[in-house]
Design a protein around this ligand. Structure first.
Ligand SMILES: [Mn+2]
Length: 431
């Protein structure tokens, strides 16, 4: 296995950090012990945490107005994997990559799988793309894909999704994520009910091609590019479609795909209760689908989501295994740094939620002691678990401080020299 960052450099970085980390870890361990929590169990739990990386996240994103390319951006799927390899090496929290076709379509899927394995990476669910036309495509998606009026356009979109499954099988993926931008931009443009019927009909065709051990993730999004009515706009529609399609169809919650101030943790609780919570696309937002770094705007919401996940895990045991993935757009930061920080922020929320005293919370709820119930959550949220996360990384062979270690490595400067910009290179998108 190859390591993109020199292993000796990581070891040297960790050796310098070790004494301070051990002091902080001992102090936190003492504090947690007084609350009846064994810090060693939390560290072991942190070491099990994994969130997948989006292949499109390692390139610089953009907005509807402009894109400002970054230095040494990956120009193809192999270079994207190299960057993902850095993120995983320094965090040991991101062992899988989610590919997007046709952006990342390999000429030889086996070669790609082996290349990833050499970097210590595997593959998460694969993503189809029917929200834009590809060169040489026979039928346009201008007026929709899986819901298009044109039967040929619908058949083409179904065939593309089935092709994604075929590539994913060779890569070792176990899921297909389907997001469509279909909908309408004007009242009257489409019959709302007929459009959803066409969607379901197309999805049944894709569902039939799913291998037995695969899941299909239905991703909803409130708006954009359809600004009047989006076919799969909310979790209710997503849930209804997942029910209609069958046991292998689940709902995927992208944190940015809701109206402002939506209670996302309640959506999580509802989907978990009815066995349809498939997974997440983590990011953060202030106004809409902003695709900002996870935990950068509203870390308390992220904590509350993980609090619901911890509750569901306690109730449902091992059967409850939603998939975690980052889905962000990095416009003004180094994508590798943003993805490393974001993986750690999601891991932080996971550990903070694990600190919640569930017996005390249940007791306060039963007693209608509202203030103490709220304080029980806040107590866990306010705990700085950074030493646990850093110790988990140290023990897993990652970096005590991933961003500092990455900057010291000079990886971005080398990438800048080795990857001159290439016209028509494999793109980065926002999904
Ligand atoms: Mn998404």
């Amino acid at each position: 296995m190859s390591t993109p960052i020199n292993a000796a450099l990581v070891a040297e970085h960790n050796a310098k950090a070790q004494a301070n980390l051990e002091a902080d870890y001992a102090a936190l361990g003492g504090m947690l012990s007084r609350r009846g929590i064994d810090i060693e169990k939390m560290t072991a739990l942190a070491q099990t945490f994994a969130v997948a990386l989006p292949s499109w996240g390692v390139g610089t994103g953009g907005t509807r107005f402009a894109r400002f390319p970054g230095k040494g951006e990956p120009r193809n799927v192999f270079e994207k994997l190299d960057d993902c390899g850095v993120i995983h090496q320094l965090t040991k929290a991101t062992p899988n990559v989610s590919l997007h076709f046709p952006w990342d379509k390999p000429t030889d899927a086996r070669e790609l799988r082996d290349y990833a394995a050499n970097l210590g990476l595997g593959f998460d669910s694969v993503n189809s793309n029917t929200f834009q036309d590809q060169a040489g495509q026979a039928h346009t998606y201008k007026y929709g894909s899986l819901t298009a009026q044109s039967a040929q356009a619908r058949a083409q979109a179904v065939a593309h999704n089935i092709e994604c499954i075929e590539i994913g099988k060779t890569l070792g993926s176990k899921g297909l994520t389907v997001w469509v931008g279909d909908g309408s931009n004007f009242p009257g443009q489409a019959n709302l009910r007929a459009q959803l019927e066409r969607y379901l009909d197309s999805m049944r065709g894709i569902y039939a091609a799913l291998p037995e051990d695969w899941l299909m993730y239905i991703e909803h999004k409130l708006f954009e590019p359809a600004f009047y009515a989006t076919t799969i706009a909310d979790w209710g529609t997503s849930f209804a479609c997942a029910q209609e399609l069958g046991a292998k169809a689940k709902c995927l919650v992208d944190l940015g795909h809701h109206a402002p101030n939506t209670n996302i943790e309640m959506i999580v609780a509802r989907l978990a209760q009815f066995g349809k919570l498939g997974g997440f696309h983590f990011n953060d937002s202030k106004y809409g689908d902003d695709d900002l770094d996870s935990g950068s705007i509203n870390p308390f919401q992220l904590f509350l989501i993980f609090n619901e996940l911890a509750d569901a895990a306690q109730r449902d045991g091992g059967a409850f295994k939603p998939s975690y993935m980052l889905d962000q757009s990095h416009n003004v930061t180094d994508p590798i740094e943003s993805l490393m920080s974001s993986a750690v922020e999601v891991q932080r929320a996971f550990i903070q939620a694990s600190l919640v005293d569930r017996a005390a919370l249940a007791h306060h709820q039963e007693a209608n002691d509202v203030l103490q119930a709220a304080q029980t959550l806040k107590h866990a949220f306010r705990t700085d678990v950074s030493p646990i996360l850093a110790m988990a990384r140290l023990r897993s062979g990652a970096a005590a401080d991933p961003v500092a270690c990455y900057r010291a490595s000079g990886y971005r400067e080398q990438a800048g020299a080795q990857r001159p910009p290439k016209a028509g290179a494999s793109g980065s998108g926002i999904v």
